[in-house]
Design a protein around this ligand. Structure first.
Ligand code: ARG
Length: 478
């Protein structure tokens, strides 16, 4: 064992590892973030060793008391310095050395039948379970803000775009909810992962399992897992739950990025549908008039970074031989990076939307009569004209209006009748030119009429309530 640091291995080595290998190999700066999970795993492991007769009452007590002290001192050091300065290579070694300082030689028995392979896999899964809970809450907050706004702003009518060209009038709330449903699905996907993740690898050892009478199921329950991993080789090698999470996170960030992009466009002077609060805007060092949506631009960019992270980790795994290989150590660095970025993005999007102003007049002013061309075709269909013919007739009306330097609304009634008598009476024709009447036609489930939007709002309100209770009960379990 090295003189200057506590090493969990080295008995058969004559020389120290080179400084450069140590630099590449050491992971404490990353995995110190798992200290709570590592200590919790050790507390439960020690209890199990004691139950199996492998740890005396005194040693068990010394270890439990020692671990509590280690947890407290690490917490204090991290609060004060932001990092641990232990010379050890990883959090598992650092905790054991510190435990030895408090509990004496009892600490030397803690690692009985355990490997850092199952230990690190267990710590990471525990951390992920708690972190997914936090993401669940952040997503729920964002969804709640979107639903609250959508409920309040149901009267606002705005242009809806396809290909970024004016398409049809829609309720502004319908637009907000179109971004809410993908987030709702993200919550469902998060929950699905959790049950696969919630399996304890502890007791799998380095590869072959545990040679001592450890009750893995009881241990798993103590740690808050739903089940145990079914194969020790699979347990120490699988990082599928991390791949799944990183892919999930990049899909979720893609949803945020699309929402961010829409809002960035809507905040430009050309649109001015929304104005972000000072809290969520930034200025220019040169141009005093600027209010830039940097927060949402960073959210948009983060989607690319997160997709890169998820791709990077899959590339690390590709072609690895079975079970544990040190390549796997990069899992935590990428996992933390993705998690931190996503949490920040969720909070920035939530804050930006919660505090932005919506300019209903600007949204209304951006509507133009051409956006009612589809409704005009629908009016013809209602008087018996086949849709394909109606489409062409309205196309002809648009052409005629353009030739007269008019639009569909200002073109005289006689011009319509000249194109086709089925345009009906002047009164019937004029009734088409109402934004409110236009959106109110779309009563199909999931459409943009008031009733159809209200139905979405009601469904989401119920779902939010159910999920808040679910997240409270799960939180208690963890
Ligand atoms: N720091 C390592 C990791 O996170 C711990 C496992 C080390 N195991 C080993 N056999 N070297 O992957």
């Amino acid at each position: 064992m090295s003189a200057d640091r506590y090493q969990l291995w080295g008995g058969c080595f004559e020389e120290e590892p080179s400084a450069v290998l140590r630099r590449l190999n050491d992971s404490l700066s990353v995995d110190s973030r798992l200290y709570r999970e590592d200590i919790r795993g050790s507390q439960c492991w020690a209890r199990e060793l004691h139950r199996s007769g492998l740890l005396s009452h005194e040693d068990h007590q010394a270890i439990q008391e020692g671990l509590a002290k280690v947890e407290k001192e690490i917490e204090e050091e991290l609060t004060k310095h932001g990092c641990l300065n232990d010379p050890e290579e990883d959090i598992h070694s650092a905790v054991e050395r510190r435990l030895h300082a408090h509990a004496g030689d009892a600490a030397l028995r803690l690692h009985t039948a355990r490997s850092r392979n199952d230990q690190s896999a267990t710590d990471t899964r525990l951390w992920m379970m708690a972190s997914m809970q936090r993401l669940h809450s952040s997503l729920l907050e964002l969804i709640t803000v979107l639903v609250k706004r959508a409920q309040k702003e149901i009267d606002i009518i705005a242009p809806g775009y396809t290909h970024l060209q004016r398409a049809q009038p829609i309720r502004w709330s319908h637009f907000l909810l179109s971004h809410t449903w993908p987030l709702h699905d993200d919550v469902a996907r998060l929950e699905e992962q959790r049950s696969r993740l919630s399996r304890s690898p502890l007791g799998s050892g380095a590869i072959a399992g545990c040679a001592f009478p450890i009750d893995r199921a009881r241990l798993a329950k103590d740690l808050g897992f739903e089940d145990i991993t079914p194969n020790s080789m699979f347990a120490v090698s699988s990082r599928d739950h991390i791949v799944e999470f990183l892919n999930w996170a990049s899909l979720c960030s893609l949803h945020l990025s699309r929402l961010a992009e829409d809002l960035i466009i809507y905040s430009s002077q050309e649109f001015s549908f929304v104005r972000f609060s000072d809290q969520f805007s930034t200025g220019s060092s040169l141009m005093p008039q600027k209010r830039n949506p940097d927060g949402l631009e960073l959210v948009r960019g983060a989607a690319g970074l997160m997709l890169g992270v998820s791709m990077a980790f899959s590339c690390v795994l590709k072609g690895l031989p079975s079970t544990y290989n040190k390549d796997l150590q990069s899992d935590k660095e990428l996992l933390f990076r993705s998690y931190d970025k996503l949490q920040d993005c969720l909070k920035v999007v939530t804050g930006s939307i919660d505090t932005m102003e919506v300019n209903a007049d600007k949204a209304l002013a951006a509507l133009e009569p051409g956006m009612l061309a589809t409704d005009l075709a629908h009016a013809l269909v209602r008087s018996g004209v086949p849709f394909r013919r109606a489409h062409h007739l309205v196309g002809a009306a648009l052409r005629r209006a353009a030739a007269l330097h008019l639009d569909l609304r200002t073109m005289p009634y006689c011009e319509y009748v000249a194109i086709c008598p089925e345009f009906g009476t002047e009164e019937e024709l004029r009734a088409v030119f109402s934004w409110e009447a236009s959106v109110e036609q779309y009563t199909s489930a999931g459409g943009t009429s008031r009733a159809a939007v209200q139905k979405q709002l009601d469904d989401l309100a119920i779902w939010i309530k159910q999920n808040q209770t679910v997240s409270c009960t799960t939180k208690k379990k963890i």
